[in-house]
Design a protein around this ligand. Sequence first.
Ligand SMILES: [Zn+2]
Length: 232
Amino acid sequence: MRGIVHDAPNINGFANVQLAAGLARALGIDAVFVDRDTVMAAIGEGVAGAAKGVRDYVYVTISTGIGGGLVIGGRLLRGVTNIAGEIGHLPVALEGPRCGCGSYGCVESLAAGRFLAEAYGVDDAARVFAAAAAGEPKAVAIIARAEAALGNLAIILVNGLNPSLIVIGGSVAEHEPAHTIEPMRRAIATRAFRVAADAVRLVPPGLGRDVGMLGAVISVRERLAGRAEWFL
Ligand SMILES: [Zn+2]
């Protein structure tokens, strides 16, 4: 259903919330659009960011959680219930920690900031990266596992979708590119299909760290102008 948040794995109890109707009432306005932040980011990058002019690209966020948006042949791929692009919940391990979505072995449960902090018993993923940089063995192992999970995700995206661009945003990717974007590049270079690997670039968002917010503004502007989700 439109305007309803059915599930938000990283916000306890935030399920089946009629967000659009509630916001419209509270703000006294008619039109409220509710969408996923990663979809907004993908649209923003396609209209005015690093993916401008690109027909086949993936937006990935590596932050508290992991998610994404897919643009195939110049069109945003939503699927039938707007779940397409929930790439953080692709399972990349045969056995792995329980994920907030109810599954296990999801890339999010192995590499997202929230889960890195939980695995190390701290409240901030930055402390895990700092401990790993200092050589603390448990932190080193957690980060190595996260890098492996992100590498597998990268190969799934490249072999499964054959994009020419992967835009990687989110606070963990922004602060720790050597432990996120670089291992994804290495995995693609060594394990993905050769012609697909040679055709893809991995870059940070052209719209910067506010890509989700800017994407939301751009998305609403595009909708109100009557333009569909075709970028080319
Ligand atoms: Zn999951």
